[in-house]
Design a protein around this ligand. Structure first.
Ligand code: FES
Ligand SMILES: [Fe+2]
Length: 404
């Protein structure tokens, strides 16, 4: 089968020696933490390399789009743009989930750019109307120049492969992609006790045009080294020395680590709202957090009391959109004081997430310098050679397949 979307019109970056040289250099960024070096600066800053990643990573990997709870009823849809591809995640009248291109197949208008709810997907430009699964249903005034049945039979919104894992919706442009779940076998048993699929999505925040590369965000999320310094006063309950890293092997679709908590879940903590402990929560989860990434788009900070989910969508080498979503157990959401708990939680964005975004911004500025380093990693950054391994595997398999 061929790709569902047309190829990028310019000459393929896989024939660009500068791109190949960067991939080669990434080979020094993997393996043992003592030997690995940070990624070559151009892997973050080069627009040409970003074009390569668009093909090698974003058109072939499982892309985290939303939680099933964000599609509550038939007709619910979410609008997400990933590396210049506007997409719609929809729930159809039978409850099925679809991911279709949002690009109208008449003349290319983007059908919807914000989330919504509708019986059909109707292009605002000339009112072509599609089913929630992408089928063309109506195209006014196209007859008699065209036979409407022919149009309906031959035109539809291109659709992507969909896979739901633990209540999280992923899609893949590559119709031949290997399924996602088997690549997450190592992570899944750690995630299952949190019953993510049953959580209620209560709030979300989208921050577009952040001035750094998408990998800066994943790295910041995955390493605990900076937490002692950047988050002083807000991270002492999950100190870097209590982190447990896990193995990463070829073929793995996730990078993750556990953080030990000094004070168990539900106990009062200065600066933080105290969320109630959900009933039946397994004892071992009281003392830990789980941080996992299913790259390229997904990162999750998982606590027994609730989850903060991140979707990291690239816009260019130096522009990224971040969406943060909060999800909690239904019993928590139904409490009388939930609104005030959630307001305090939202306020933490300014003291916890903003410093991370500022760090990424300054890191990206530094990476554009002629003096940008290939620095050594601390063992508190052990997740980063793993992330690099995930990247390198995909860069190389794309090149080996001679695609582009
Ligand atoms: S571009 Fe959508 S109906 Fe014409
Ligand atoms: Fe941080």
């Amino acid at each position: 089968m061929t790709s569902v979307l047309p190829d990028h019109p310019t000459m393929s970056p896989i024939r660009d020696p500068a791109v190949l040289a960067i991939v080669d250099e990434v080979g020094r960024s993997v393996g043992d933490v003592a030997g690995a070096r940070s990624l070559p600066p151009a892997a973050y800053t080069s627009e040409r390399f970003y074009e390569f990643e668009r093909d090698a990573i974003f058109r072939r990997s499982w892309l985290f789009l939303c939680h099933v709870g964000e599609l509550p009823v038939p007709g619910s849809f979410q609008a997400v743009t990933v590396a210049d591809e506007p997409l719609l995640v929809t729930r159809d009248e039978h409850g099925g989930i679809h991911v279709v291109s949002a690009v109208c197949q008449h003349r290319g208008y983007v059908i919807a750019e914000v989330d919504g709810e509708a019986r059909h997907l109707r292009c605002p430009y000339h009112a072509w109307t599609y089913g929630l699964d992408g089928r063309l249903l109506a195209a006014p005034s196209m007859a008699p120049a065209h036979d409407l049945d022919d149009l309906k039979a031959s035109i539809r919104l291109p659709s992507l492969r969909v896979e739901v894992w633990q209540g999280l919706v992923f899609a893949n442009f590559d119709p031949d992609a290997e399924p996602l779940a088997p690549t997450l076998e190592r992570l899944t048993p750690h995630v299952e006790p949190y019953a993510i699929e049953d959580l209620v999505v209560v709030d979300s925040l989208t921050l577009p045009d952040l001035p750094f590369n998408w990998k800066n965000m994943q790295e910041n999320a995955l390493e605990e080294y900076h937490t002692t310094y950047v988050h002083r006063g807000y991270h002492e309950n999950a100190p870097a020395h209590l982190v447990r890293h896990h193995d990463f092997a070829p073929g793995d679709g996730a990078v993750y680590r556990h953080a030990g908590l000094v004070q168990r879940a539900g106990e009062p903590l200065p600066n933080f709202p105290v969320f109630p402990i959900p009933e039946g929560l397994p004892e071992e989860l009281y003392h830990q957090m789980l941080f996992f990434a299913v790259p390229p788009l997904n990162f999750a900070a998982v606590e027994a009391l609730g989850i903060k989910m991140f979707r990291i969508t690239p816009q260019s080498a130096g522009r990224t959109t971040l969406t943060i979503t909060w999800m909690y157990p239904r019993t928590t959401v139904e409490r009388h004081d939930f609104a005030s708990l959630m307001a305090s939680q939202r306020a933490l964005v300014d003291v916890i997430d903003r410093p991370d975004l500022e760090s990424n911004t300054r890191m990206f500025r530094g990476l554009r310098s002629r003096f940008a380093p290939r620095g050594p990693y601390s063992s508190q950054e052990a997740s980063l050679p793993q992330l690099n391994e995930w990247l390198l595997e995909r860069y190389r398999s794309f090149l080996a397949a001679g695609m582009g």
